[in-house]
Structures are given as structure tokens and as C-alpha cells.
Write a protein that binds this ligand. Sequence first.
Ligand code: MLT
Length: 264
Amino acid sequence: MPTVTVNNVSLSYEDAGRGVPLLFVHGFPLDHAMWQEQIAALSGQFRVIAPDLRGFGRSGVTAGVVTMEQMADDLAALLEAVAIREPIVLCGLSMGGYVALEFWRKCAGRLKAFILCDTRAAADTPEGAANRLAIADRVLREGPRPLVDSMLPKLFSPRTRGDRPQVVEQMERVMMAAAPQGIAAAARGMAERRDFTAELKNVRCPTLAVVGADDALSPPAEMQGLAAAIPAAQFCVVPAAGHLAPYEQPAAFNAAIASFIGAI
Ligand code: MLT
């Protein structure tokens, strides 16, 4: 994977295909590998960029707090570094959606379209934020295992868990390989993220909200509310998928986003 240094951190990224730039932003505590089926299938039609965010995968780790705004700034700098100046389609899942909303806040003019997957616009509740700070400290002491044990059962649909345990195991390996300092910094950043609920009405670019039918972390009803708050957003439910809809049901997910982008 190529690497660039931007904003004092090295970022690794996949860059495949030609055409309209399609930037995929992964969830927590994952890396670009969750988009492997999108990179393989969609790079025939688009220029697919899938970075490892600061603190994850092969990218550099910075300790302390990494805000969603910092990650969005990293994405803007990455686009500059790879000379992408035309409007992009930005697709973020869960934490990647929080980063995508920050990118929109700062660089709305750079968006051709927006795809928000299995995410939410609301900030953490005080209790949720306190839990994140506690898990950040725990991961620094004990490594990723306690976080993995609490998150893994909630990430996948019953169908994925039953039929394709290898898919679950691959994500478990990615999570266990994440750097504790990177996990802690992103958890603290999520704890202090902005609430975008009241801003959604100002999203002007074509938007697709996608959610797995069995998503336990950002349930379909919440994603439907997010879509309803964005003028002219479309809403799509991916059957037999949980929180990682693009990874669990890539064919349905890829068809939905290709058709959405094709109609813009
Ligand atoms: C994710 O998948 O990125 C996480 O569920 C985000 C979160 O913990 O809010």
C-alpha cells in the first residue's frame, strides 16, 4: 500500500481504478480492509481510495486524543497529496460517518455525493462519552481484547455469524491488531464529537443513507431518521447485514451505491 505523510502522520491507503473518486472511510477500530469487496468490485468503475485512518491499520499512530475533525483534515490532505481536486463521493461507515460529517462541515464544496452507512448524527450522551473514556484507559492497560469482546457480538447479523464465521474472524483479527494508543485516541475523539443532528437539513449534495437490517449499533430506525432529516436523501436497508453492511453483504451494498452514483 502506498503511504503519504500529511499533517505530521503517515497515512497508508489503497488507490485503485480510474474515474469519479470514491473515498471510503472505515469504522472503529478497523482499517481499510473492511472495504476489500468494494475496492475489488468498484475500482472497475471508479477511482477508489480507502485509507487507514490515523491510529489504525498501517497508518501512523498519534497518542492522546484524535478528533473526528483531525481525521477529516487528514482526508482532505490525503486528497491533496494524491492530486484529487475534483468533487468526490465520500462514503463513511459508523466512525467513518462521523469523520465524513466533519469533512462535509469543513469542505462541503468538495462533495459530489455523500454515502452514510451504519452511523449516526447525534453526539454521545454523557454516559456514552464516559464509557468511551473508560474503555480507552482499559485498552491502554490491557490491549484491544476487552473492546473486541464487547463489540464483536454486536457487529454482525445473525446470518453472517451463523453462515460465515470466517468473516467475523477476519474482522476480529483486524481489531486485535489495532494499536492500543490508536484505539484510545479515537475513542476519546468520538467521545467529544460534535452533534450534527440540527445540521443535517443543510446537507445539499445527493445523499444515500445505508444500513444493515440487523444493525444493533446504529439501528435502521435511527438511520431512517437521519435520512429523513437530509433534504432529498435516499434510504436503503441491506437485508441479512448488521453494523458492517458493506462487508457482510457486498453485492447488495455495491449494487445500491453504484446505482445511486450512476443516477447523479
Ligand atoms: C464503529 O463501528 O465505528 C463504532 O461502532 C462507532 C462507535 O463506537 O460509535
